[in-house]
Write a protein that binds this ligand. Sequence first.
Ligand code: BGC
Length: 287
Amino acid sequence: MSLDAGDRHAVPEVVMPTPPIHKVLSGQKALVTGANSGIGRGVAIALGRAGADVVVNYVAGDEAADAVVAEIRTGGGKAYAHKADVANETEVQAMFRKMVEELGTIDILVNNAGLQRDAPFDEMTLEQWNTVIGINLTGQFLCAREAVREFKRRGVVPSVSCAAGKIICMSSVHEIIPWAGHVNYAASKGGIMMMMKSIAQEVAPYRIRVNSISPGAIRTPINTKAWSTPEAYQRLMTLVPYNRIGEPEDIGRAAVWLASDNADYVTGTSLYVDGGMTLYPGFATGG
Ligand code: BGC
């Protein structure tokens, strides 16, 4: 039997999984960068629900950050917002110092802050290039380095976790899918992939786990144009075999699992959470 586009759209109604009910991260302290919107917000709330205390990093938008903090506190978790630019070494170091003062240590870093500055390649400015590399890649380096320093200093605390620390880098399907018009963004995500694997290799003997989540199209402000009209959504679905857009909660659940001891033997891997976007959907009917 061959599938044509008509069959692909005759799919059942979307049924979303319910949020995790087990407090698999209780007693753990997490920092999520860029946590006042989009995927970062979804991850921060999911970690809070799973029992972690959460630092909600953001760079602009105090009210949105406060709202995430309030939501985590409603569920009983400790949380506070911290404004810092992840591309600024001094601000990053101050953020980690404050976290150690406030919460005692860090167990989980979710390196999420990121942005797009799209342009045709021959029109891309150095500023657009540097901004994207600075925040998406250098920002992850600066935060990961501070986290590893604290993980090594503290070591494993068996009553908290089997690991001395966990880092989750927010990458993208564009760490492997080339993306015309977004060369700076794709380069930053490809860089994250090798940075993540190299750090993972280096720190595994200290029982520090480093992994990436590589989301596909998730309903967030970064890609509103790709899903906000029925025509755009329809076009987007030609790239998504699972035939629905991803939600921040999809990434939140993946992050909870990767950060928890349920994933204790998992390090140096990219977990694609993309509804099959990386499965070359064009080949479902061709080739
Ligand atoms: C980008 C989105 C895009 C998605 C799939 C993400 O990494 O930030 O803008 O919709 O990849 O292409």
